[in-house]
Design a binder for this molecule. Structure first.
Ligand SMILES: Cc1cc2nc3c(=O)[nH]c(=O)nc-3n(C[C@H](O)[C@H](O)[C@H](O)COP(=O)(O)OP(=O)(O)OC[C@H]3O[C@@H](n4cnc5c(N)ncnc54)[C@H](O)[C@@H]3O)c2cc1C
Length: 396
């Protein structure tokens, strides 16, 4: 009996990370033999992913661009007594667009296959088993990429929780740029802000967000707060089109799962996300680009990902210390002051921080100047240093 030759790549989980990997690989080598397995009926779930356009290089932008549903040349933030426009182009990818574009790209590629409604029940280096219909089947691949989404429970410092509603208004809202953080609202459950994306002349995504100690999401309360915010802005709602919710863990202690030959742990699953924001678009794009280049050059994708690990861990280490500071040094009602302090930094420092690409100068800048309101020396000393992170020993 002959076995089919192994695939180049088997991608487990049809979310953001593997969607980007599929696009990067097929852009680099259109004949690559890949299969993408997703347990749900569609790719991408129910998300809107935003990122700073400057986080992508030209090669990455070429395969990310078809996913972009909206883009803006700049964005605003607002705090009590302080408002600012940031000159960083901002873009947004919708799950609907991810599903449409990745599905079409896989269908057009001669060596690619998509399995939706398919649960992967076991995986390891170079192999996986999946359940489809009644039976379990197995597949071999040179490399399996495990991107099954967030499941890490250890090392969580706090939570970013949000409920968003996409709205069609009865009249134009007049916004031309996103309001990434409107922190002029009442502070509830930690620090609270509202995030507003103008998706069309009458269309808005409004998210009520908080940084909290607890993962419990009081959906009805956040939804009511979002609706009250819309009403207070004088916007009249013609229809509520969609709702999205998130409880993103913010880590003071996490580490990348090291890639091994035949198995890469990627996306949230592998530690490729921002510990302060819970966002993962920029590292996901970097990792996808590295795998794409390796497939095009016939080199080992796991080695290509391993080469990204030291810099990613350096960025993680810095960001995790900020999570520690935010949740241990500052009482909940003062955390908004930390964000206000951060948003007084130069545009590029802010963008690079979100993109997990901070330079040494950026890091220094973040700790210079007047300390944020509410920073208490006594509290700092009492909290002392964060307990040793797995990365503290790994890199200096
Ligand atoms: C509502 C929301 C909004 C967000 N907004 C942003 C944002 O604006 N910008 C940003 O950078 N980040 C954002 N994030 C954070 C982060 O980017 C996302 O969580 C991102 O989707 C993580 O990508 P991923 O591919 O690792 O996991 P996911 O996108 O969660 O994908 C994992 C996929 O694996 C599938 N799966 C799991 N187990 C199996 C299995 N056994 N077999 C087959 N399939 C399986 C799941 O069904 C899922 O589709 C957001 C998160 C949420 C929840």
């Amino acid at each position: 009996m002959t076995h089919p030759p192994p695939l180049d790549l088997a991608l487990v989980g049809g979310g953001l990370q593997n969607g980007l990997i599929a696009l990067a690989v097929l852009a680099a080598r259109p004949t690559a033999r890949i299969a993408l397995f997703e347990r749900g009926p569609r790719l991408g779930g129910n998300h809107t992913w935003c990122f700073h356009q400057g986080d992508l290089d030209a090669a990455q932008a070429a395969w990310v661009d078809p996913l972009v549903a909206h883009r803006w040349p700049n964005y605003d933030v607002a705090f009590t007594g302080y408002r600012r426009a940031l000159a960083s182009p901002y873009a947004c990818v919708t799950a609907e667009r991810l599903d449409e574009v990745v599905r079409a790209r896989l269908a057009a590629a001669p060596g690619a296959e998509l399995y939706t409604d398919t649960e992967v029940v076991a995986l390891g280096p170079g192999r996986l088993a999946f359940r489809r219909g009644g039976g379990v089947q197995s597949v071999r691949a040179h490399t399996v990429v495990d991107a099954r989404g967030p499941d890490r429970a250890r090392g969580v410092g706090g939570w970013q929780k949000f409920v968003g509603i996409e709205l069609e208004l009865t009249a134009p809202h007049g916004l031309t740029t996103p309001l990434l953080m409107d922190a002029t609202v009442e502070q509830v459950d930690g620090s609270r802000f509202v995030y507003v994306l103008p998706l069309g002349p009458r269309r808005l995504l409004v998210e009520d967000t908080c940084f909290s100690e607890s993962p419990a999401l009081d959906g009805p309360r956040l939804l009511a707060q979002a609706r009250a915010y819309v009403a207070a802005r004088g916007w009249k709602v013609a229809a509520e089109l969609r709702e999205e919710r998130g409880v993103l863990p913010l880590y003071w202690q996490t580490a990348v799962t090291p890639p091994a030959q035949g198995l890469i742990s990627a996306g949230y699953q592998g530690g490729w996300f921002h510990p302060v924001t819970g966002y993962s678009f920029p590292p996901a794009a970097r990792l996808a680009a590295a795998i794409g280049r390796a497939i095009a050059d016939d080199t080992d994708p796991a080695a290509a990902v391993a080469a990204l690990v030291p810099e990613h861990e350096r960025q993680l280490r810095f960001a995790m210390r900020l999570v520690w500071m935010m949740f241990k040094w500052f009482p909940p009602e003062r955390r908004i002051g930390v964000l206000e302090h951060f948003y007084r930094l130069p545009d590029d420092t802010i963008r690079r921080f979100y993109g997990l690409a901070s330079t040494t100068a950026d890091r220094t800048r973040m700790f210079l100047g007047r300390p944020p309101r509410g920073l208490s020396l006594r509290a700092m000393i009492a909290a002392a240093a964060p307990p040793a992170s797995p990365l503290t020993e790994a890199t200096s």
